[in-house]
Every structure is written in C-alpha cells, then in structure tokens.
Design a binder for this molecule. Structure first.
Ligand code: HEC
Length: 163
C-alpha cells in the first residue's frame, strides 16, 4: 500500500527535483504527527533546489492569478461585482505570511473554504488531486523564500508559533 502511494506520488511529479520532493513526502508521512488527523507540515524555504522546483510550479499553477512576481491582482482587497475577491499578493504586502505553514498548506490543498467555511465564495482552486502534498509544500517554500528576512522572522515567531 505504502509502495503504491510512493510510486503514484513520483509519477505526478513534473520537475527534476523528484527525489527531493519524494523525501519531503516521505518525511511528511513518516513523522510521528501522522497519527493525528493533521499532517506534519514545515516549509523548506532555505533549500535552493526546493525553491527552484517551487518557482517552476508557481509559474505553472499560481502566477496566472497571483502574478509572476507574487504581486497579486489589482484592488485585491475589494470584492468584484459577483462577490469574489481578486487574488491577493504573496509578497510582503499581502497576508499570506500571517498564516502558519500548516494553514497555508491546508488552504492550498483544500481551498480557502477550509478556513472560511463551506459557503464561502472564492476563485481560489483546491489543489487536492492536482498537486501532490510535496508539490504544495515546495511551492509554498518558494513563496516563503521570497520574503524579506524580517517577514520570515515574523512568520516563524508569530504565525508558526501560534498554531
Ligand atoms: C484562479 C485563480 C487562482 C489560482 C490559479 C491560484 N489562486 Fe490562490 N487565491 C486566489 C484567490 C482569488 C484568493 C483569495 C481567496 C478568497 O477568495 O478569499 C487566493 C488565496 C490564496 C491563499 C490565501 C492567501 C491569504 O492571504 O489568505 C494562498 C496561500 C494561495 N491562494 C496560494 C495559491 C497557490 C500556492 C497557488 C498555486 C498552486 C494558487 N494560490 C493559485 C486565486 C487563485
């Protein structure tokens, strides 16, 4: 069973860093926290290969809405006439860094409804079935790597400790 999951995780990988992602995946499944309902999550934003792989996934999957330079869409704080929010920036001007690694992972995997409730209207896709867990961690690691040191520090000391 574990073996099948391993090989299907590998075949969904599209970047040269498959081994790296596989090890991230292995870590996330082997960690003791796996017994709990929430997976163990931590972003490897200092690792150049992870960041490079994440940048490629970001360009393919996220840039169309969140912007090539993580700048988001214009007027991202204002809902449009259909009641939807535009995509927020992922740089320091947005609020991505206000959320812990765990919450970010869940928002990307299951969509913002996971925090905002089932009825929430959003254009942010849930990436479950599109990106593997390691790919989600890798793309979020890339986003975190782009933040200035002082924002990374606040993210580690405030968002990640309060979860
Ligand atoms: C079709 C457009 C679209 C795509 C593609 C998209 N997003 Fe989003 N994303 C949004 C919108 C819109 C929101 C705002 C959520 C809301 O409606 O409140 C959002 C919100 C988020 C948030 C929460 C940010 C916060 O400050 O609360 C994260 C994290 C996120 N997106 C990550 C990603 C990642 C990573 C990808 C690529 C794997 C991605 N998104 C692809 C539209 C998109």
């Amino acid at each position: 069973m574990a073996k099948r999951r391993w090989s299907s995780a590998l075949t969904t990988m599209r970047t040269p860093s498959a081994i790296l992602m596989a090890s991230l995946w292995a870590l996330s499944t082997l960690a003791p926290a796996q017994q709990h309902t929430k997976p163990w999550v931590a972003l490897d934003y200092r690792d150049p290969l992870t960041v490079q792989a994440g940048s490629a996934i970001y360009a393919d999957e996220c840039a169309v809405c969140h912007g090539r330079s993580l700048e988001g869409q214009s007027n991202w704080r204002r809902r449009d006439s259909h009641g939807y929010l535009p995509a927020p920036p992922h740089d320091e001007t947005g609020h991505t860094w206000h959320h812990s690694d765990q919450v970010l992972f869940e928002m990307v995997k299951y969509g913002p409804k996971v925090v905002a409730g089932e009825d929430y209207k959003t254009r942010m896709p849930a990436y479950w079935g599109i990106l593997s867990d390691p790919e989600i961690l890798v793309v979020l690691s890339f986003i975190k790597s782009s933040w200035p040191e002082r924002i990374i520090k606040m993210h580690d000391e405030q968002a990640n400790r309060s979860q």
